[in-house]
Every structure is written in structure tokens, then in C-alpha cells.
Design a protein around this ligand. Structure first.
Ligand code: ATP
Ligand code: MN
Length: 465
């Protein structure tokens, strides 16, 4: 059986055989021409480059060709010929054109001229048809694929951790609730509080903020695992680096200490950047030209320099000495903000930085306590333009130590009984981290706003599409 498939435009441009008949399908980016001939730039999303379709006005008629304008979708049958123009190696001399769908130029929102990224966010249903977004989406795909490839090649097992969670252990207050109760008239207990025992799960449920805790359970059996799934945070931070729904990659490895964990994080990030440089060349060159003239330089530089590693305490000393008026004050014990992180990376060290040994008060309960009893074996990887791209730690594997910490923080123990049991039965030193997928994409694409590296962003007051 012969499939009546089109040839992808990427293949026509790269390895199409001149002189053969080809079928191309796609969306018209632009149409120009004169009274004899129309030149149609056609794109099907397989590459940043368009193929030029040459259509004789005498054959197709002026009225028909007018409908084949920006945004229309067409099928073209024609001959692949060498192009006289310098823009492209080959073009298609059209024999027949079928108009699948026209796009009325008076109302089609995407015009030839460039649109602002803010405007494009309002038409996220159409923005994949722009050069910029199709490039970002191809890179997004390539990075997702490379992440699985990296871990698969190393023998890690991909674990699907739950999206609905019953435990409130991490980041209270940032969780979206999941319920089937009638919120206008919920069942109530005698004390007036909502009776969640009548809810779908018989208890309160939320959307997960991280797959880590369940990832740890799997690591303490399969040794090397990773998760790659959606996570949700109801934090009301309207920044260019935060989404309410984002994707996270969380490797978790038994027998790794914090040093091994840092080595993995650095190797992993460099692998992904090199993968992008190798496999997304055309798209990166386009983004470099359009949005960020230093993108390729930055990617090459990070892929080839070793990351600076230092303690939180040393970093605070550096920040205190810096002659800068910080928006958020710096002192030992303070949480570092993007302005501090970026100063260390962009101004002081001029390369990625891994900070370790944070005060226990500003980090999560599961991080392993250092001998000083003040700091924990945390590690944050800080990147130029982004700030924190990875947060991780060596985990507290000691049963006594972790229950003590859970009690100190007044986390309800009964919600975490299963987690604590792994410390009771065959515990092992282990470590892991979380990489925000969209933060990685911000870095790799050079885009400035996290809303522009996910197809349909969810942020405070915005849940369209
Ligand atoms: P930040 O301090 O930047 O808000 P965090 O410390 O809350 O981040 P973690 O809980 O350590 O983040 O999550 C691990 C990783 O997930 C972060 O390093 C970051 O790459 C990513 N991440 C965290 N929150 C968000 C968010 N709201 N949107 C997109 N990515 C996020
Ligand atoms: Mn963090």
C-alpha cells in the first residue's frame, strides 16, 4: 500500500530530489509576487525554514491565489526545482493547489509583521504558527526526549508519581485543592469545619508540588530513578520565572551523597545543552538572531565550563561585600532571591554556581543535617539569566534525625508514616534534585518569560485555552 503522505518540508529542503514530483502541505506564512507569478512561503512546523511555492497566475487565476494568503492551509502538488533565489536551495513549481482552509486577512490575528510576545500570549491557540513558537516547541520536544535518553542510557527507571496527593508535607499553603464537594454547600462537621470525610477520597486531597517523596520510595528499591511530570504551585508569584503548572524532572539515587548529586546535576545540564546545540541548530540560530544575540555564546560557554561550587555561608559573605543596594536584605539565615543568585553567577563568578549547606531553617525537613547542626546538605544550581534552575539535597536517611525534624516543624506525622518507614526498614544514604523543565527551556531558548516556553501557561488570573 502506498501512503498518500506529504513530504515534510524539512526533508524537501534537505534531501528532496530535484526534478521529482512532490506533495507539500502546510500553512502559508506569506504570499508575494506580481501579475505573472505568486511566491508562497509555506511552513508545516517541521523546520524553521519555509519552502517557496511558485504558482503561475495564468494557471491558478488571480482570485484563487488571493485566497492563498497568510494563515491559509494548503496542499500543493508540484515539481521540486532548483531555486534561482539565494534564499533557498530548492522550491516547488506548483501544478495543483488544494485550499484546505482559508484565513480571512481582515480577521486573522497573525499578520506578516512581527507581533509582541505579550500579544501572542493572548492568542496562544495560534502562536504555534509563528516562527518563534514553533522553534520553542521543537526545542521543548528535543529537551524532553534528551532527558529520557540521558537517564535511560544511564539505567535510571522512569517513575510515574501521583498528581493527586493526600499529604500536605511540602509547602503548605501553596497547594491547589482537589475536591468533588459542592463548594457552595459542603458537608460540615459539628464544629463548623468542612467534613472532608465525605469528599471523593474520604480526606482532603491536593495537586502535587513535587514527586520527590514518592521518588524516594522507588529509589530505595530500584536505586536509580527519575520522575518527569507536571507539578502545581498556588504561590501567587507573578514573575517571569514562575508558573502555577509546570513540569519537573526529579532524579533520586540511592547511595549518592551530595557530591555525587552535584556531579550528576552538572553532567545532566551540560548534556542537555550540548544536545540542544547539536540537534536544534537551526532553531537556536533563529532565536539567537531574533531575541537574544548572546544565546549561542552563553550555551557554548556553560556547556564547557565547570560550575563554581561554594557554601551558602561563603556566598553570603560575597553578597555582603558587594556594593549593591539589594531589594531583599542579605544576612546569614536569609533566603536568597533571584537578584542575589544572578549577581553571584553573572557578576562575581561569571559561570554557573552550585550553592550548598544552607541554613536548615530555610530548607525542607527532609534534607540531611550537617555536623554543625545548623546547616543542611542542600544544593541549588544557579544559572545566568535564570537564578535557581535546580534545587536538591542529600536526604536525611536517619530515622531518629528525620522524626526529630518532622516534630520540630510540627508536620503531621500520620500523613508521612509511609515515608518515615523507609528510614526504619533498610534505609540508605540517598540524594536527588528537581529541575524545573521550563526554567531549563528559558535558558536553552533565551526567552525572557516562562509563559513563552510552555504551550498554554497557567499563572495567577490566567487559565485560558
Ligand atoms: P524558587 O525559589 O525559584 O521559587 P523553589 O525553591 O520554590 O524555586 P523547588 O521547590 O526547589 O523550587 O523546585 C525545584 C525546581 O523547580 C526549581 O529549582 C525550579 O527550577 C523549578 N520551579 C520551582 N517553582 C517553580 C514555578 N513556580 N514555576 C516554574 N518552575 C518552578
Ligand atoms: Mn529550591
Amino acid at each position: 500500500m502506498t501512503l498518500k503522505l506529504r513530504t515534510k518540508i524539512v526533508d524537501l529542503l534537505k534531501k528532496g530530489e530535484v526534478g521529482t514530483e512532490v506533495v507539500a502541505k502546510g500553512w502559508v506564512r506569506t504570499r508575494r509576487g506580481n501579475k505573472n507569478v505568486a511566491f508562497i512561503a509555506l511552513n508545516d512546523g517541521s523546520t524553521i525554514h519555509n519552502i517557496q511555492i511558485v504558482a503561475d497566475v495564468a494557471v491558478f487565476g488571480d482570485d484563487f491565489l488571493k485566497e492563498v494568503g497568510t494563515g491559509a492551509c494548503i496542499k500543493v502538488v508540484g515539481t521540486l526545482v532548483e531555486s534561482p533565489g539565494a534564499q533557498q536551495p530548492v522550491e516547488v513549481q506548483a501544478k495543483s493547489i488544494e485550499l484546505y482552509g482559508k484565513a480571512d486577512p481582515a480577521s486573522y490575528p497573525l499578520q506578516k509583521k512581527g507581533h509582541s510576545l505579550e500579544f501572542l500570549r493572548e492568542i496562544a491557540h495560534l502562536r504555534p504558527r509563528t516562527n518563534t513558537f514553533s522553534a520553542v516547541l521543537r526545542i521543548r520536544h528535543a529537551m524532553a526526549f534528551a532527558i529520557h535518553k540521558y537517564f535511560n542510557d544511564k539505567g535510571f527507571v522512569y517513575i510515574h508519581t501521583p498528581i493527586i496527593t493526600g499529604s500536605d508535607a511540602e509547602g503548605a499553603g501553596q497547594l491547589f485543592k482537589v475536591t468533588t464537594l459542592d463548594i457552595n454547600n459542603p458537608p460540615r462537621k459539628e464544629n463548623g469545619k468542612v467534613d472532608f470525610s465525605e469528599d471523593f477520597f474520604g480526606k482532603e486531597a491536593k495537586l502535587t508540588v513535587s514527586g520527590q517523596l514518592e521518588g524516594e520510595l522507588a529509589a530505595l528499591a530500584l536505586s536509580e530513578v527519575y520522575t518527569f511530570g507536571p507539578t502545581f504551585r498556588a504561590e501567587n508569584s507573578n514573575t517571569p520565572r514562575h508558573l502555577a503548572e509546570f513540569w519537573m524532572i526529579e532524579p533520586e539515587v540511592a547511595f549518592y551523597d551530595i557530591e555525587d548529586n552535584m556531579d550528576l546535576a552538572e553532567d545532566f545540564l551540560k548534556y542537555l545543552i550540548r544536545y540542544a546545540l547539536e540537534h536544534c541548530k537551526d532553531d537556536l540560530e533563529f532565536l539567537n538572531k531574533m531575541w537574544d544575540k548572546e544565546l549561542l555564546e552563553r550555551l557554548n560557554s556553560v556547556a564547557s565550563t565547570s560550575f563554581e561550587r561554594l557554601t551558602y555561608t561563603k556566598a553570603v559573605e560575597i553578597l555582603e561585600k558587594a556594593d549593591i543596594k539589594w531589594e531583599f536584605p542579605v544576612f546569614w539565615g536569609a533566603d536568597l532571591h533571584s537578584e542575589h543568585e544572578r549577581y553571584l553567577v553573572e557578576k562575581h563568578f561569571k559561570k554557573p554556581v552550585i550553592l550548598t549547606d544552607y541554613p536548615k531553617e530555610i530548607k525542607a525537613f527532609y534534607m540531611k543535617l550537617n555536623d554543625d547542626a545548623k546547616t543542611v546538605k542542600a544544593m541549588d544550581v544557579l544559572f545566568p539569566k535564570i537564578g535557581e534552575i535546580i534545587g536538591g539535597s542529600q536526604r536525611e536517611e536517619n530515622h531518629e534525625a528525620i522524626t526529630k525534624r518532622i516534630n520540630e516543624l510540627e508536620i503531621p506525622m500520620e500523613e508521612l508514616w509511609w515515608y518515615i518507614e523507609t528510614r526504619k526498614f533498610g534505609t540508605a544514604p540517598h540524594s536527588g534534585f528537581g529541575l524545573g523543565f521550563e526554567r531549563l527551556l528559558l535558558f536553552v531558548t533565551g526567552m525572557g518569560n516562562i509563559r513563552d516556553v510552555i504551550p498554554f501557561p497557567r499563572t495567577p488570573n490566567s487559565c485560558e485555552f
